[in-house]
Design a protein. Structure first.
Lengths: 136, 308
């Protein structure tokens, strides 16, 4: 599991780690039943506070992505893929809302915004069809 | 009282007539990793020297591990691991020699542990101290600070002068050997983004006072930039505004309790935009933000100002 921490970002470190693990679950790179590094191991690897890692794991457990089995470790749950897609949907919606707000501030109409989104998707499909297909 | 390892209450300290600490207060609970932040010259080192009884305070109260450093400095220093800023060690000694030299000062010194740390921190024991790199020097200092198994470790800007790779390694050592073993760590830094991954809690020192002490994560949640019309500013408690930048009809402000302010603006139906800040921006807002100066004051300075 390779994660990347961007220091000094406006995104809190716990959210960076959480969303990267969620992405790995969504894309199937982390498979159901797979064991994650222990809190200690990941803290050391990333040079991040153990409590932060523990909180991220706990949150992902509550979101249904991970399962903590007492004495055995933390595992990717069976329904990780669906749960992470749901979580991603919320995040995407949030980002689209921000983009929409910028568009409205620029004086664009709903139709113009839809056109822009369609054009962006079109460009994606031209460059990498596989990537666009997996977009929910 | 809660289980505080460090308690500082309303401490003052001046050098000649220069006040350095002006009523500084903070608490550190057992087992926490606590980052003490401030610009260069904000008084961090002075505060740390007071904690260890290396300086005497002018006023206020300090307790470290339940002891008053002013009256019990030697007992205290035997129980605390301390790494000074730019620690100077005898350059002619070899690393192994300084370990043996320092050992008798601490009744609880564990030489096996010292050698193990030296190995794990990759300190070359046979090398003379003057030939160690900056990073090796800091890590040798850390071995000296830890080998007597102190319950509290105080580090004065340990990352100063370390390159990014050494800093990460240092953070890793901190996490594995201190956090992992449940010790309390109090360390100072002027780099907020460096302490973020590691610290449970932060305190920001500015002009001799702690202007904020809180959990690292809640600092991000609470301090945000909000852009709104000038005339809506009156709705916001002036004390929570850390920085303000007027721009045309709008002002961008940084507030210290974003959740509450947002709730109020929404309730009043005031249009606004919210921006998340990174930690450097948050730090900047606290230590060099444009706080007050309500508009009528500024008008008074204009050459054509109509009222006084």
């Amino acid at each position: 599991m390779i994660l990347r921490i961007e220091k000094g970002s406006a995104v809190p470190i716990s959210r960076q780690i959480g969303s990267q693990i969620a992405t790995l679950c969504a894309s199937g790179k982390l498979r159901p039943g797979q064991r994650l590094p222990s809190v200690r191991e990941l803290a050391r690897e990333l040079a991040v506070n153990q409590n932060t890692i523990l909180r991220v794991y706990e949150r992902l457990v509550s979101e249904g992505l991970l399962e903590m089995l007492h004495g055995q470790g933390t595992f990717v749950s069976d329904r990780a893929r669906e749960s992470s897609l749901a979580a991603h949907r919320d995040r995407l919606l949030d980002e689209l809302r921000q983009l929409g707000r910028q568009g409205i501030a620029l004086g664009l109409s709903n139709e113009q915004l839809h056109e822009l989104l369609a054009e962006a998707l079109h460009q994606l499909q031209q460059t990498s069809p596989a990537e666009a297909e997996t977009t929910p | 009282m809660s289980d505080s390892v460090i308690e500082i209450h309303a401490v003052t300290k001046s050098f000649r007539r220069d006040p350095v600490l002006r009523g500084m207060s903070l608490q550190v609970e057992r087992g926490r990793t606590f980052a003490f932040l401030g610009r260069n010259g904000a008084g961090k080192t002075t505060a740390i020297r007071l904690l260890l009884g290396l300086l005497n305070r002018d006023g206020g109260e300090i307790r470290v591990l339940g002891l008053d450093p002013a009256t019990d400095p030697l007992t205290l220093r035997g129980r605390v691991g301390y790494l000074a800023e730019d620690q100077t060690m005898y350059g002619w000694m070899r690393a192994a020699e300084i370990l043996r030299f320092v050992a008798p000062f601490y009744p609880t010194w564990d030489h096996e542990l010292a050698l193990r740390y030296a190995r794990e921190f990759e300190v070359p024991l046979g090398t003379k101290i003057k030939h160690l790199s900056k990073g090796q020097n800091v890590r040798l200092g850390l071995v000296l600070a830890l080998a007597h198994r102190p319950e509290l470790v105080i580090l004065d800007d340990p990352a100063l002068g370390l390159d990014p790779i050494m800093r990460k390694q240092f953070n890793r050592d901190l996490i594995t050997h201190l956090q992992g073993e449940g010790r309390t760590v109090f360390y100072s830094s002027h780099l907020l983004y460096e302490v973020e991954p590691v610290a449970d809690e932060v305190a920001i020192l500015d002009r001799g006072q702690v202007v904020r002490q809180c959990e690292t994560e809640s600092l991000r949640r609470d301090v945000k930039q909000i852009t709104l019309r000038h005339d809506a500013l009156v709705l916001i408690d002036q004390d929570v505004i850390l920085d303000r930048r007027p721009d045309g009809l709008e002002t961008a402000i940084v507030v210290s309790n974003a959740e509450y302010v947002m709730e109020k603006l929404c309730r009043e139906g005031v249009e606004h935009r919210l921006v998340d800040l990174n930690l450097d921006e948050i730090f900047e807002a606290y230590v060099s933000g444009q706080r007050g100066e309500p508009i009528h004051l500024r008008q008074a300075f204009e050459p054509t100002g109509s009222q006084s």
